[in-house]
Design a protein. Structure first.
Length: 107
C-alpha cells in the first residue's frame, strides 16, 4: 500500500513530501517552503489537510493534501497567542523493527 510521509525541520523551514511504496522505498514528491520554523504537524482525521505549527511568529498553517500523491497546497493560516507545541489528535509515524513505517494514533 502506497503511503505519504511528511518530514520537516525547524532549521530548513521546509516540509518534504515523500511517497512510500510497499517495498519501503521513499521518493521525494515535493519540497514546500514554510514561513517559519516548523514545530508540530498533524494530518486531519479525514486526511484532507496537514496542519503545521510555526514560530517565531506563532501561527498555524493549513495545507490541502492532494488525494493522488499527497502534495501540499497552501489553504489558510491563523495567528496563535503563544508557541504551537502540540496538536491533538497526535498522529505519529513509528518505524517498526521490520523497517516498515506504520501510522499510529495516540491521544
Amino acid at each position: 500500500m502506497k503511503q505519504t510521509v511528511y518530514t520537516a525541520s525547524p532549521e530548513s523551514q521546509q516540509i518534504h513530501v515523500w511517497s512510500l511504496n510497499h517495498e519501503g522505498t521513499l521518493t521525494l514528491v515535493q519540497v514546500v517552503d514554510v514561513p517559519g520554523q516548523v514545530q508540530p504537524m498533524v494530518v486531519s482525521p479525514d486526511k484532507r489537510y496537514l496542519y503545521v505549527g510555526v514560530r517565531p511568529e506563532f501561527r498555524v498553517l493549513a495545507y490541502r493534501i492532494a488525494p493522488d500523491d499527497g502534495a501540499l497546497t497552501f489553504a489558510a493560516e491563523s495567528a496563535l497567542p503563544g508557541s504551537p507545541t502540540i496538536f491533538l489528535p497526535i498522529i505519529m509515524v513509528v518505524l517498526s523493527l521490520s523497517d516498515r513505517i506504520t501510522p499510529v494514533m495516540s491521544a
